[in-house]
Design a protein around this ligand. Sequence first.
Ligand SMILES: Nc1ncnc2c1ncn2[C@@H]1O[C@H](COP(=O)(O)OP(=O)(O)O)[C@@H](O)[C@H]1O
Ligand SMILES: [Mg+2]
Length: 280
Amino acid sequence: MRRIAILNQKGGVGKTTTTVNLGAALARAGRRVALVDLDPQGNLSTHLGLEIESGEPSSYTVLSGETDFAQTLRPTTTAGLHVIPTSIDLSGAELELATLDQRETILRRSIDAWERGAIERTGAPPAEYVLFDCPPSLGLLSLNALVAAREVFVALQTEFLALQGMTRLLEVVELIRAQLNPSLQVTGILPCLYDSRLRLAREILGELRQYFPEQCFRRTIGTNVKLAEAPSYAQHVFDYAPDSSGARDYRELAEEVIGQERRSPTGANSAARAAQTAQP
Ligand SMILES: Nc1ncnc2c1ncn2[C@@H]1O[C@H](COP(=O)(O)OP(=O)(O)O)[C@@H](O)[C@H]1O
Ligand SMILES: [Mg+2]
């Protein structure tokens, strides 16, 4: 079971759009996918038409220990695609969790129990992919995702200072790997809202590929209005505009992500192996 945090401390770079549409593309390719909305703003939940009342099972009740992972997962209209939605309660979670013991590992323990339970019952993990949609900050919610995950995909825009932002994120990942989660690796860098007509965008993409040749996806996600419109219809792009360039980009990204599992020395591969051999 690959566990991937979609990360960037900046907002508006395409994290939620990527979590929803990559998740949908993987599910449509026959994989079982769980999306976890860790942003108190709940854009991912809204995007998939899941508005949750305060007190209902959500990422907040998972983090506060009130519900377990399995009973919190909700199906979507797409076969194989499940979601842990968020609720407004999550906005207070950073403060509430701050006083708890082992507060960084709550999510990991919940997912470990879910995975272990399914393997004991059925001999197979409960999903092939868990994608965490992180909030635009590096607080306790993102930290829980980075401790529960084994991989990080950085969503970013090819704009001025993108490389500096990337370097800072890599330092954070390195710190978490050293202190809390030795299996964590950045296995994907994904330029979103990419406009190849802009010289600056092309130059920055070139620099990213030069500095991070292993991690950069070959696929970029172009700017496409259908991707921006789909959330207002509570649909992912494959239901809303299956023939759009946005649908094509995320379909091809999903193929590349699946392809990482065949490619040898990548983090995805070693992460997948670690997932199989890891002992609780
Ligand atoms: N490739 C794209 N083309 C057009 N609009 C996009 C694209 N990706 C994201 N958007 C829009 O940009 C805004 C920010 O994207 P979002 O995925 O919510 O970013 P984040 O989760 O990083 O804050 C949203 O309104 C979204 O619909
Ligand atoms: Mg978001």
